[in-house]
Ligand binder design. Structure first.
Ligand SMILES: Cc1cc2nc3c(=O)[nH]c(=O)nc-3n(C[C@H](O)[C@H](O)[C@H](O)COP(=O)(O)OP(=O)(O)OC[C@H]3O[C@@H](n4cnc5c(N)ncnc54)[C@H](O)[C@@H]3O)c2cc1C
Length: 443
């Protein structure tokens, strides 16, 4: 097997840059086939954009990726493999939604009903355009043309009243963790096609079922299944040089490592922080410089008393535009909120967060807040990756390019559920499988 034949020219077979779900999945796949894998991770922990930790709210919570679903086949296979349990977010009974200065209230079902016709219209073509949602590359002329359109442009085409428009715009701002004017319509079609063309199922997949032990439980299970992986934390990669006989990875402390392949899993928005030679082609450097569409925030909030199982939505201009009740805690309520733009309020300031919540519900009193600003974090630069218009071709090409020694994996490059834990696992798996085939045939 390749790892037993690592010669004096190679320190390891495969160097994996980044220890999020893509990196650790790839390491498991490689090492289980006897191929040497070294993960270089800049943080002092694995997990990347997932992070289960004790919070100021008085319980452990997921600061990053959280919800999973059985229609996401790769994460579901892992949940099955390791026998993990799910918990459901509570069924919501009340909803508050803002359109202009007006606050409307009704049942959660009433809000969904208001969204239904316009959401269905926007996504009507999903299954026709993407009958096999993992298989769309090379892009057809129709997909290329649709990829020029933003979700906001598609919303503008709809004949909607102000409430419907605010809800539709707000829902897509949440889905993209960003501004719908920067959100590629093809990405919306991809999510819906993966959900069988059913937007309500798509919505359920995004925010309903959590791992009972947090995302840490899945991370721990995969990591334990890769006992021979060489995991080096606090190790920041600064350069990748492809050479005739392999690839050299340089770290910020001046050390370097030589391997046969590199799997680069860092988020697109910080790809430019690593100098890769030969330079990244096929539009990827330009894409990294432009950045993908997500730019938002997620904040956990402890609110005084039992405030009921409610959701709240507002359009993409709001600082926080989506809220969902999650847990009771010692007589208080824990809720989670999202906003499309990082940097607009101090998320560590309970009063600032309270002021945003009171735009829907003046009765809410914030006790504590906790969050991590992934958009401002130099090791992510984005939340869940969502492509902007005209980016699909470059990303799809990079994900499939086997001509270089540097391979791209991560949720940003997933064929299917890009933006999700599922996509990170899928791409880690795909990339590792390809490298296994290559290295086994080289020996
Ligand atoms: C707020 C938020 C909410 C989310 N909600 C959900 C959800 O509910 N459900 C869901 O499925 N997904 C969700 N996601 C998305 C999901 O968490 C990510 O898509 C997935 O975890 C990404 O995994 P990855 O391995 O592709 O990338 P990452 O997890 O980002 O891993 C990349 C790793 O590379 C490391 N790195 C970066 N630069 C360097 C360097 N120079 N040298 C070495 N290491 C480096 C990083 O520290 C990181 O650990 C959410 C994400 C966020 C931020």
């Amino acid at each position: 097997m390749p790892s037993q034949e690592i010669d004096m020219h190679h320190d390891t077979d495969v160097i994996i840059v980044g220890g999020g779900f893509a990196g650790i999945t790839a390491a498991r796949e490689l090492t289980r086939r006897g191929i040497g894998a070294t993960i270089l991770e800049a943080r002092d922990r694995l997990g990347g954009r997932t992070w289960t930790r004790d919070t100021a709210l008085g319980r452990e919570l997921d600061l990053g990726g959280t919800w999973v679903h059985w229609i996401q086949p790769h994460v579901w296979a892992e949940i099955t493999r390791y026998g993990l349990d799910l918990v459901a977010s509570p069924e919501l009974d009340t909803a508050y939604w803002r359109a202009g200065d007006e606050v409307h209230t009704g049942t959660a079902d009433a809000m969904i009903d208001l969204l239904d016709a316009s959401m269905t219209a926007v996504l009507a073509d999903a299954r026709r355009v993407l009958p096999q949602p993992y298989d769309y590359f090379p892009l057809s002329d129709e997909i290329k043309s649709l990829d020029q359109i933003s979700v906001a442009e598609k919303i503008t085409e709809q004949d909607l009243d102000p409430q419907q428009r605010a809800l539709l715009d707000g829902m897509w701002a949440v889905n993209f963790s960003g501004d719908p004017t920067r959100a590629a319509y093809t990405q919306a079609l991809r999510w819906c096609a993966l959900s069988g063309g059913d937007w309500k199922l798509m919505f359920e997949a995004c925010a309903t079922y959590k791992l009972a032990g947090g995302t840490q439980s899945l991370l721990d299970a995969i990591t334990a299944d890769a006992p021979t992986a060489d995991i080096r934390l606090n190790t920041t990669v600064t350069g990748i040089d492809e050479t005739a006989d392999g690839v050299t990875v340089t770290c910020s402390d001046g050390t370097s490592l030589h391997g046969r392949r590199v799997i680069l899993t860092v988020p697109l928005n910080i790809l430019g922080t690593i100098a890769v030679t030969p330079a990244l082609g096929h539009g990827l450097s330009a894409l990294a410089a432009e950045g993908q569409a997500s730019s938002g925030v997620k904040v956990w909030i402890r609110v005084k008393g039992d405030v009921g199982r409610f959701a709240a939505l507002a359009d993409s201009n709001a600082v926080l535009n989506f809220v969902q009740y999650e847990y009771p805690l010692d007589g208080d309520s824990l809720i989670v909120a999202f906003g499309p733009r990082s940097g607009l309020i101090d998320l560590d300031d309970p009063r600032a967060v309270e002021a945003e919540l009171r735009k829907w519900r003046p009765d809410l009193e914030v006790v504590a807040v906790d969050s991590h600003d992934w958009t401002a974090d130099p090791l992510s630069g984005e939340t869940w990756p969502m492509l902007a218009p005209n980016q699909l071709d470059a990303v799809a090409h990079a994900a499939r390019d086997t001509t270089r020694r540097t391979r791209f994996a991560g949720s940003d490059y997933a064929r299917g559920w890009a933006g999700f834990i599922d996509g990170a696992i899928e791409s880690g798996m795909q990339t590792a499988r390809q490298i296994i085939t290559e290295l086994e045939s080289e020996n």
